[in-house]
Design a protein around this ligand. Structure first.
Ligand code: ADP
Ligand code: MG
Length: 228
């Protein structure tokens, strides 16, 4: 059951000074498919994700979550950055702490959720390690596990595998698939076409702040517009 989807953008513009960075974007994100936002560096992928997640506000146009107001919608979505922001605490505490300060869950539920997230991400054996000493791949898995523990309906991922070695890349992609299988809507950016082909059910191709193509992956991948 969708709590906050679909997400609908209508004629969204975003500008910094004279720079028109996002122009006339209209999109609809439904529950279900893994959606990849693709395009070359500087195309506006990260800005689009930040707009969707409410970290920045559009200059004009609307961004609406089906039925829910912004406050309600914010509770059911999470964003993981390319370089995760972790607490100077253990792996375990990084997942548990946000649940504790949320103040809604009982202690036993928190323990259950942390254990499940650790297991899903394959981090059980390093649960007591300080998060700061983890490798890049482990840190990204921790960021995803922490997001998972919040049970978001929608998870935004901004180039979650950039700078990872091939082994970690494979692990993180497997984790993303597992989160999707567990019912989370994935909206992620990538400029790696091999990855896009592996993961995408649906593709939004952005170039120079404008949407060039959007639709089912196989259709968009055949388009003559997406050569870069
Ligand atoms: N705060 C900002 N001020 C000015 N320009 C920005 C700002 N944020 C992003 N940009 C510019 O907007 C464009 C799109 O950025 P971004 O969304 O980060 O691209 P992508 O994630 O596709 O690589 C880039 O040209 C970038 O330099
Ligand atoms: Mg980016």
């Amino acid at each position: 059951m969708s709590k906050i989807l679909p997400l609908t953008l209508n004629n969204v513009f975003y500008r910094v000074g004279e720079d028109r960075l996002i122009q006339d974007v209209s999109l609809r994100f439904e529950a279900g498919p893994i959606t990849l936002v693709i395009g070359p560096n500087g195309a506006g992928k990260s800005l689009l994700l930040r707009l969707c997640h409410g970290l920045i506000a559009p200059e004009s146009g609307s961004i609406a979550w089906g039925g829910s107001d912004a406050v309600q919608a914010a509770k059911h979505q999470a964003l993981v950055f390319q370089k995760p922001i972790l607490l100077r605490r253990s792996v375990y505490a990084n997942i548990a702490y946000p649940l504790q300060i949320g103040g809604v869950l009982r202690d036993t539920e928190i323990v259950d959720r942390v254990q499940e997230a650790l297991k899903l991400a394959g981090l059980e054996h390093i649960a007591d390690r300080p998060a700061k000493v983890l490798s890049g791949g482990e840190q990204q898995k921790l960021a995803l596990a922490r997001a998972r523990a919040q049970r978001p309906e929608v998870l935004f991922l901004d180039e979650p595998t950039a700078n990872l070695d091939p082994r970690s890349l494979k692990d993180v992609e497997a984790l993303i698939r597992a989160l999707h299988k567990a019912g989370t809507k994935i909206i992620m950016t990538s400029h790696d076409m091999a990855q896009v082909k592996r993961l995408a059910d649906e593709i939004v191709f952005i170039y120079d702040g404008r949407i060039v193509e959007a639709g089912p992956a196989e259709k968009v991948l055949r388009s003559r517009h997406i050569k870069y």
